[in-house]
Design a protein around this ligand. Structure first.
Ligand code: BTN
Length: 243
């Protein structure tokens, strides 16, 4: 594993993207940073992380997602790798909130941002960016966020967690290469946050509605049973769950 440890950077995903354009970094090149000035979250949000306390990581993966394999299979392989690693460190009450947030109880402890990029020679490579709140204890302006330390009372070695995650990403990528995605899907759908529980959702136009999560479709849509007994599949951009 080629590990590049940075102190401060705007975004590790952006740094890795530039590295790919300029050179030929090896598969599983890992970038970490102590702090990011412009950490990118999903759907244009910012990822905030206290300096030196957490995991801020981007991993280059060249051989897991190819044109024929479904993008969302890859997504769940990564989410499960994080889940399995945090489970290994005995973080309680873990679940995966569609599409790929990792929760403990109802608090978000990790987020993932996957960006696929096309190199000048046409090869598709993936940048797996993830942030895990490890030893940060103050979440004053983030009521839905927590950390491994706040949840367990323990201080964690960030390097050990990172090594476990890389190991689990490799295992799940092998499963995808061997066309064993059904195994990953079985696990993912069982771990879905608020599955089979009545929940409130909000559309992009702020309209709220009640529904019960049934599952996630293979193309990554959330299937919800509505109050009129209709089952509708929503895309990530269309709704958010209120919890
Ligand atoms: C989310 O919104 O839940 C996704 C957060 C992803 C944050 C990580 S931190 C390391 C990598 N670099 C970035 O700029 N973003 C990702």
């Amino acid at each position: 594993m080629n590990l590049i440890k940075l102190n401060a950077i705007d975004s590790t995903n952006k740094y890795l993207k530039q590295l790919i354009q300029e050179s030929e970094p090896e598969n599983y090149t890992v970038i970490t940073a102590e702090t990011q000035s412009n950490g990118k979250g999903q759907m244009g949000t910012k990822w905030l992380s206290e300096s030196g306390k957490n995991l801020i990581v981007s991993v280059l993966i060249k051989d897991c997602l190819n044109q024929s394999s479904a993008v969302f299979d890859f997504n769940i392989a990564i989410a499960l790798a994080l889940y399995e690693s945090l489970n290994y460190f005995e973080i309680p009450d873990l679940s995966i909130k569609w599409a790929n947030d990792i929760l403990s109880g109802n608090k978000k402890i990790a987020g993932i941002l996957i960006e696929n990029t096309i190199k000048s020679d046409g090869e598709i490579v993936s940048i797996i960016g993830f942030g895990i709140n490890v030893n940060q204890t103050n979440f004053d302006n983030l009521p839905k966020a927590s950390s491994l330390k706040n949840i367990t009372g323990k201080t964690f070695d960030r390097d050990l967690i990172l090594l476990k995650i890389i190991e689990n990403i490799k295992i799940n990528c092998i499963l995808l290469q061997e066309k064993q995605e059904d195994l990953l899907w079985d696990k993912y759908t069982k771990l879905l946050f608020r599955k089979n529980k009545p929940s409130v959702f909000e559309r992009t136009n702020h309209q709220k509605f009640m529904g019960i999560i049934q599952t996630v479709t293979r193309d990554g849509k959330l299937q919800i049973l509505l109050e009129n007994d209709e089952i509708v599949a929503f895309e990530v951009k269309e709704i958010q769950m209120l919890y």
